[in-house]
Write a protein that binds this ligand. Structure first.
Ligand code: GLC
Length: 524
């Protein structure tokens, strides 16, 4: 179905900023808020409608900001609340919305709540976290390796942490926790942010009886140890939706705010988070393009499965990459990453673009001595470490790619090819990945069929996936060759609007067209 009165978060493009790696302005080798403000001109030029900024709050940085020690301030590494306000008003002046990360599942072990909680069993905040007399009470494991229970010698109980032991989980069954965390949401909405991306949402509530998670029969040694168990009792518990309804009640108290949830769930469970009667999320993040095999028929099947599963009024969304997963250009190859870009920008639903993917950045190999991510330290050698996709933005051909001054030392190394692959070079190149992204974004903005139109599969075989988008009589066809060989395909004729190769333009097409190797086309 086409949409009549879409919200900004429906027709817009969300751009994810990993702030440590976007732009450094004070030469400490770590990006900061003034850096983001400084680059708003670029984001406006590219055509993004909203930025989601990964955590910028005071943090000991055990998990690079996802361990929050104060939800209502800015870490000095990134700047100050005044810097944040300046960024927000400068973004708004350019019609760019601002989305912040909201991390309700766990705090830092340095948060005053946890410092108090672990001081004695009688402390005011003891019951804000999850404690057990047994060590450990069950087989639950941490996403980041090892048992999810940490023994506290001072008070002789274990506490639960879904992630690092420096990230104790909050007890969401405690109404005081709920109220405090809803106040955090109000704090940021009052400050003028346009939305939040809710971190680790599926983990929010755990089984009251602490039942063992069952083994996952599909798991094999050498794979992510976290996947050795099915997280039946630690994720996606029915009460999570009750808390989503609380978040929604708060956000509905403000105009046009958006709630996006991080949810690694199968499609049938993911769509439950749209909620019933408008009590759910606006956008439960759909990561299935990250998980899917890159094959035309598989992708077509995924799109159809998702379209069918969406509840009435549920708005779709698609994500190709983020700060937790290998880069799309490394997953499918640099040539197919252009096809993936066309897919992301032509599917029905809000696209989220991860910083650097618009340049075709690949995973950067990190020498052992420079490893930062605790995941690589805890679970080494399995390729789970996230540093390779978190390397600094490549702005120009100077030594440190314009990310920081040439004297500074970036916190992670830049890609070896940064002197060639960077914003300045690609802006001037009419066939670059950056030019492709910019043109796709512009076309999507110009054509309601692409932004809010209906979706229909036209064709899917082993190599080619084609579909039609339509709105108010405007029809656009997209044909994507997911292989590295030329393929013939049939499309209703029309005018060629864009090819991923950016070398053929605006001619009328016959009903049968040849897609070159790794080529996608839009015909309208
Ligand atoms: C989410 C974040 C990830 C973080 C984890 C713990 O998955 O995206 O970066 O490490 O939650 O907060």
């Amino acid at each position: 179905m086409a949409v009549d009165q879409p919200g900004w978060w429906q027709c817009g493009l969300v751009y994810q900023i990993y702030p440590r790696s976007f732009q450094d302005t004070n030469d400490d080798g770590v990006g900061d808020l003034p850096g983001i403000t400084q680059r708003l001109g670029y984001l406006h030029w590219l055509g993004v409608d909203a930025i989601w900024i990964s955590p910028i709050f005071p943090s000991p940085m055990a998990d690079f900001g996802y361990d929050v020690a104060d939800y209502c301030d800015i870490d000095p590494l990134f700047g100050t609340l005044e810097d944040f306000d300046r960024l927000t008003s400068a973004a708004h002046a350019r019609d760019i919305k601002v989305i912040v990360d909201y991390v309700p599942n766990h705090t830092s072990d340095q948060h005053p709540w946890f410092i108090d909680a672990r001081s004695t069993r009688q402390s005011e905040h003891r019951d804000w976290y999850l404690w057990s007399d047994a060590n450990p009470p069950n087989n639950w494991i941490s996403v980041f390796g090892g048992s999810a229970w940490q023994w506290d010698t001072a008070t002789n109980q274990a506490y639960y942490h879904a992630y690092l032991r420096e990230q104790p989980d909050l007890n969401w069954r405690n109404p005081a926790v709920q109220q405090a965390m809803l106040d955090v949401l109000r704090f940021w909405f009052d400050r003028g942010v346009d939305g939040v991306r809710i971190d680790a949402l599926r983990q929010l509530v755990k089984d009251r009886d602490l039942r063992d998670n069952p083994p996952n029969p599909a798991w094999q040694p050498g794979q992510d140890p976290y996947a050795s168990l099915t997280p039946l009792y630690t994720t996606d518990q029915p009460e999570v939706l009750e808390h989503v309804a609380q978040f929604r009640e708060v956000s509905d108290g403000y105009p046009e705010r958006v709630l996006i949830g991080e949810l690694w769930l199968p499609i049938e469970r993911l769509v439950a988070y749209y909620g019933v009667d408008g009590r759910g999320l606006h956008l439960p993040f759909n990561f299935h393009l990250i998980l899917a095999q890159w094959q035309a028929r598989q992708i077509a099947r995924l799109v159809e499965q998702y379209e069918v599963a969406l509840p009435a009024g549920g708005w779709p969304n698609w994500v190709l990459g983020n700060h937790d997963r290998p880069r799309i250009a490394s997953r499918v190859g640099v040539a197919q990453a252009r096809v993936a870009a066309m897919l992301l920008l032509t599917l029905r639903g809000t696209p989220t673009l991860y910083q650097g993917d618009e340049l075709g950045l690949e995973n950067v190999p990190i020498p052992d001595a420079l490893i930062q991510d605790p995941v690589e330290r805890n679970v080494p050698g399995l390729g789970l470490g996230r540093d390779p996709e978190r390397t600094p933005m490549q702005w120009d051909a100077t030594n440190n790619g314009g990310f920081c001054s040439t004297e500074a030392q970036p916190w992670l190394p830049l890609a070896a090819d940064h002197a060639l692959r960077n914003v300045a070079t690609q802006r001037e190149d009419p066939r670059s990945m950056l030019t492709l992204y910019r043109r796709l974004i512009a076309l999507r903005r110009a054509m309601p069929a692409l932004s809010v139109g209906s979706y229909r599969t036209l064709h899917a075989d082993e190599h080619v996936f084609a579909f039609t988008r339509e709105s108010g009589g405007q029809r656009v066809h997209v044909a994507l060759n997911l292989s590295d060989q030329p393929r013939m395909t049939r499309l209703p004729g029309g005018e060629l609007l864009l090819s991923t190769h950016l070398d053929r333009e605006r001619g009328s097409t016959a009903e049968t067209i040849e897609l070159r190797a790794d080529e996608g086309v839009i015909v309208g």
